[in-house]
Design a binder for this molecule. Structure first.
Ligand SMILES: NC(=O)c1ccc[n+]([C@@H]2O[C@H](COP(=O)([O-])OP(=O)(O)OC[C@H]3O[C@@H](n4cnc5c(N)ncnc54)[C@H](O)[C@@H]3O)[C@@H](O)[C@H]2O)c1
Length: 267
């Protein structure tokens, strides 16, 4: 069902790899709500993923950009403004990748080059993206920028590796840049802390299935799906949430507030 919440708005969506990606669902919902968008991903992901399919379906231009490269980002935002016909109203950062987790390196035996790469891809790219938008003056007043986060930024989830620190950094960038962008142009910057979700990045975490089921049981509403996340992000891109900024917003069925749930103990 569409409420036309994003009618006339222009946006850029990072991070849709395949139809399991959270960003894929968000892109679909944004267009359903009346937005025009461009889609972007790293050049290598465009070769392995299925983004072309989404681009065709949504009539959205695909512009490759490595989110760790400022030149790519500048080009992406310039091309997006050209393609969409003006400044942007919303941007989604849905990027995450841990080299140590992918290579199954224990947290206590972390490879620091890989850790730096993880921070660069998963968190510094958010700052880089905001800085590029800022320098190009690519955002409209009252625009909205979102990053996707996870509760491992605040609590310990042992198998999440240095992604925990990446998410803490991501959330901190949202607060700090949110201050500057709010002052300058009333642009709001937030992170959405999403439930575990079955995607390529999510399933790369050791023991993901057990953990997914644990979180589902622990949360009074169950895990939030990617589709639910998409609806929540639409609300945060819309004018209905104009005064929300510099927040980390939990979208997790209540998980983050739970201490103990008998449903888990009884199992
Ligand atoms: N899946 C979960 O359980 C879960 C939970 C909370 C938050 N998140 C976050 O949601 C976001 C989206 O992840 P997802 O679960 O949909 O998985 P996904 O694997 O579909 O998406 C991750 C994306 O990051 C992109 N990416 C990696 N390196 C890049 C680079 N250098 N430049 C540009 N893009 C790059 C990948 O190509 C991919 O499209 C991530 O930030 C992730 O941490 C996921």
């Amino acid at each position: 069902m569409s409420y036309n919440l994003l009618k006339g708005k222009r946006g850029v969506i990072f991070g849709a790899l395949d139809d399991k990606s959270i960003a894929w669902k968000i892109a679909e919902r944004c267009v359903e709500e009346g937005a025009q968008i461009t889609l972007t991903n790293a050049p290598v992901a465009l070769r392995f993923g299925t983004l072309d399919e989404l681009g065709e379906k949504l009539n959205a231009k695909i512009i490759p950009a490595d989110a760790t490269n400022s030149e790519d980002l500048d080009n992406l935002f310039k091309e997006s403004m050209d393609a969409l016909g003006g400044q942007l109203d919303f941007v989604l950062h849905a990027i995450g990748m841990s080299v140590n987790v992918r290579k199954k390196k224990e947290y206590t035996d972390t490879n620091y080059d890989w850790m730096m790469k993880t921070f660069d891809v998963s968190a510094i790219s958010f700052h880089r993206m905001l800085q590029s938008l800022w320098k190009l003056d690519a955002m409209n007043e009252w625009g909205s920028v979102l990053g996707l986060s996870y509760i491992a930024a605040q609590r310990v989830f042992p198998d999440y590796g240095e992604m925990a620190e990446s998410k803490a950094l991501l959330e901190s960038f949202a607060r700090s840049f949110g201050y500057h962008y709010g002052n300058r142009k009333k642009v709001r910057v937030n992170t959405v802390s999403q439930s575990p979700t079955v995607t390529t990045a999510g399933s790369g975490i050791k023991g993901f299935d057990d953990f997914f089921n644990y979180a589902d049981k622990m949360s009074p509403l169950g895990n939030a799906s990617a589709e639910d996340c998409a609806s929540y992000c639409v609300s945060l891109f819309s004018d209905l949430t104009k005064m929300v900024t510099m927040q980390n917003l939990f979208h997790d069925g209540g998980f983050s507030t739970m201490g103990m749930n008998p449903a888990v103990l009884n199992d």
